[in-house]
Design a binder for this molecule. Structure first.
Ligand code: GRF
Length: 237
């Protein structure tokens, strides 16, 4: 019999990753169940989505509290009300105190829209475009005191395509996020990954295709059109 971990999701907005976790957890063999969704914003769109799926929601507005600690105490109370064992941050836009992070150490994970340790913080797709990388992606990691720096559980990569703007790139990464987050949560819920001595420890190491290579841009020189060759010739010193 599969034992099911009780998961609480913290959101601040759209909630598409939350929806991906809810969908995955509704599958019979998924090792986690979403027991509540907590938002610091009453207008978070994700709240409506959660309610449509019959998941209980709580709004804990940070503005109602004198400080970060008082706000976190109220969040902890909401999580305790539902017996939450694992916290998934899904677009939750508040920083935590060290004591909150310590309380949930090894039991709180986040999804970040970049291949960490590149492009921490906000506007990750703009950062990737500005840097001119050819491959971008997303990361699920344990939450530690330093933002976007916790041990990595899993990553997914996507190509950056010619002509991409922030919106196009964000949409491609978001699709990858929706695949990656449920997979990473399942690893944690099944006890296949744990936070040990500041590292993500796997038991056993999950399968990965050792031959898988994402090449970007994909260009086969044997198929170069005459005009491509002319174009290249013009730029060859
Ligand atoms: C996602 O891109 C996630 O990686 C980041 O915030 C965004 C939240 O989007 N942490 P959504 O609310 O899950 O749609």
């Amino acid at each position: 019999m599969t034992t099911t971990k009780r998961v609480g999701i913290l959101i601040s907005g759209r909630g598409s990753n939350m929806a991906a976790l809810i969908a995955a957890a509704s599958e019979p063999d998924f090792p986690a169940g979403i027991v509540c969704v907590v938002s610091n914003r009453a207008d978070a769109n994700g709240l409506k989505l959660a309610e449509q799926h019959g998941i209980p929601t709580r709004v804990v507005p940070h503005r109602d509290f004198a400080g970060r600690e008082a706000h976190e105490k109220a969040i902890d109370a909401a999580l305790a009300e539902f017996g939450v064992e694992i916290v998934c941050l899904a677009g939750y836009l508040r920083l935590f105190t060290e004591s909150f992070v310590e309380r949930w150490k090894g039991r709180m994970i986040n999804i970040h829209p970049a291949l960490l340790p590149s492009f921490k913080g906000l506007d990750t797709h703009a950062q990737a475009l500005a840097a001119g990388v050819a491959i971008h992606g997303c990361t699920v990691h344990f939450v530690t005191a330093e933002t976007d720096s916790g041990p990595i559980i899993a990553q997914a990569a996507v190509p950056v395509l010619h002509g991409d703007d922030e919106e196009a790139l964000a949409a491609r990464v978001l699709k990858a996020e929706h695949r990656l987050y449920p997979m990473a949560l399942a690893l944690l819920a099944r006890g296949k990954v744990a936070l040990r001595n500041g590292k993500a420890a796997f038991r056993p190491m999950p399968e990965a295709d050792p031959g898988a290579v994402l090449v970007s841009p994909a260009f086969d020189p044997r198929h170069a059109e005459a005009e491509d060759i002319e174009h290249l010739a013009r730029f060859t010193p």
